[in-house]
Each structure stands twice: as structure tokens, then as C-alpha cells.
Design a protein around this ligand. Structure first.
Ligand SMILES: Nc1ncnc2c1ncn2[C@@H]1O[C@H](COP(=O)(O)OP(=O)(O)OP(=O)(O)O)[C@@H](O)[C@H]1O
Length: 241
């Protein structure tokens, strides 16, 4: 078995442009395997863009971007299926039912991901058993978010990229999904350790309490990189000022 990389994510001068604009500016950072990262920053700071680059949905414009030991975009195929993404756009097919979406996603992932038992367990865990036969187009935003969470977890991913994962959820669903999407001890990856999570959000207090590393973006640049215990109120304030 090849050596697993220590870092789940390693960025070296990552730049992402949108036309002429720099949306991510020269980001250099490393996320150890198994860490939970709180990704903070004001609206438009670049959080979603960074998650999309890490997910292989957007190409870096310049700089190094290694995910689970593989350089993106070149080695994207090697990490396919090892990353779970819960984004603002739910990445579901609206005309298919919830269950059909999970079956379809399982086929894309290949392997054993979408056994009927695993799909049933995820429908149960997201409290969607009664909605499994609904087309996604007929779901409310919160229910769609729950279906997207089930899809993100289907492949039992090593890296979870979560963009405001509890947005649109009622309190009971938020608690349930919070636990489901939380740190998961992993045995499958042996020495590679537990699941790595990068969670973008707008609640600094909760983010600090639940993370091992705080990454703050401002104007697409790295404005904060620290362990939660070392982050001061002034630093959080400066991020949003
Ligand atoms: N499809 C797009 N085309 C052009 N510019 C975009 C697009 N998506 C995002 N941007 C721009 O990229 C910048 C970063 O946006 P991004 O969505 O990554 O920020 P964010 O930190 O996730 O914000 P929010 O907290 O509001 O979700 C913003 O200036 C935004 O206007």
C-alpha cells in the first residue's frame, strides 16, 4: 500500500481568477489529515470558491493544490469518490427522486458505495425515508439540503467539504445533520486516520468550538490561520470589519 500523505490538503500559492478579478489570492496552507477546519470570512471572501476548487469543480488558475496527496486538476480522477461535497447548489438531479439520486451518485462513485442497505441507512439518518420517492424538484430547501447531505456521505468520504451545512434546516434537522456530518472516526483508512472536514460558515463562536484549525479569508486572501485556542476576538473582528 502506498504511503498516505500526512496532509489532506496542501495549497502553495493558490490563485483563482474570475475574469480579471482575483477571487483567491496566493493561498498557502496545509490541513493535516483528520483535522476539522473552520473556514470563516465575510460574504464574498472566497470561501465557496475555495471549497469548489478543493472539490475539483473549479480549476486553480495558478499555484499548487494537492488534495489527499494528488495534484489538482491533473490527478482529479484519483480523488474522485473520496471527497464529499455539500455546497450551496445541492449537486442533485432535480427530476430524479431522492432515492434515484443516491443510486445514480453511487454508480458515479463506483465500487460498493450505493448498496441498498447503505442508501436506506442514509435516508433514515437524514429522516428522508418518507420522501425517498419524491423528485428533488418537489422538496423544500431544507429537505433538499438533507438529501444533498445523504449524497455527500454516500461514498464514506475521506474529505468532507461543507458550505454552510446547516443552512435552511429546522433545529431538529440541524442537530441530526450536525452529528451526521461531524467528525467520524475512521478505520477504513488505517494509519491515514479519521475524516478531514472543511466547514465554511458564519458562526465564529460555533466554528471555533468545533474546529482544530481556523482559516479566515478576506478579499480572497488568507487573513487568519491559527488554532482556535489562539484566536482572539480582535482577530475575528478584523476579519469582518
Ligand atoms: N459564478 C461566478 N462568477 C463570477 N464571480 C463569482 C461567481 N461566484 C462567485 N463569484 C465572486 O467570487 C467572490 C468570492 O465568492 P464566494 O462565493 O467564494 O464567497 P463566499 O466567501 O463563499 O461568500 P458567502 O459568505 O456570501 O457565501 C465574490 O466576489 C463573488 O462575487
Amino acid at each position: 500500500m502506498p504511503d498516505e500523505p500526512t496532509d489532506a490538503v496542501a495549497l502553495d500559492g493558490l490563485v483563482r481568477r474570475r475574469g480579471e478579478r482575483l477571487v483567491l489570492r496566493d493561498l498557502t496552507l496545509a490541513v493535516p489529515r483528520g483535522a476539522t477546519v473552520a473556514l470563516l470570512g465575510p460574504n464574498g471572501a472566497g470561501k465557496s470558491t475555495l471549497l469548489r476548487v478543493l472539490a475539483g469543480l473549479l480549476r486553480p488558475s495558478r499555484g499548487g493544490c494537492r488534495v489527499l496527496g494528488h495534484a489538482l486538476p491533473r490527478e482529479r480522477a484519483a480523488v474522485k469518490g473520496r471527497i464529499g461535497v455539500l455546497a450551496h447548489e445541492p449537486l442533485l438531479l432535480r427530476d430524479l427522486t431522492v432515492r434515484e439520486n443516491l443510486v445514480h451518485r453511487g454508480r458515479l462513485l463506483g465500487g460498493e458505495a450505493a448498496t441498498p442497505a447503505r442508501i436506506d441507512a442514509l435516508l433514515e439518518a437524514t429522516d428522508l425515508v418518507g420522501r425517498a420517492a419524491y423528485p428533488v424538484a418537489a422538496l423544500s430547501r431544507g429537505l433538499t439540503q438533507r438529501a444533498a447531505a445523504a449524497a455527500a456521505l454516500l461514498g464514506d468520504p475521506e474529505l468532507l467539504l461543507l458550505d454552510e451545512p446547516l443552512a435552511n434546516l429546522d433545529p431538529v434537522a440541524a442537530e441530526r445533520l450536525g452529528a451526521l456530518l461531524g467528525p467520524a472516526p475512521r478505520s477504513r483508512f488505517g494509519a491515514a486516520g479519521p475524516r478531514t472536514r472543511i466547514v465554511a460558515g458564519h458562526d465564529p463562536e460555533a466554528a471555533l468550538a468545533e474546529s482544530d484549525l481556523v482559516v479566515g479569508l478576506r478579499g480572497g486572501a488568507l487573513a487568519l490561520l491559527a488554532r482556535p485556542a489562539d484566536v482572539t476576538d480582535a482577530e475575528i473582528g478584523a476579519l469582518y470589519r
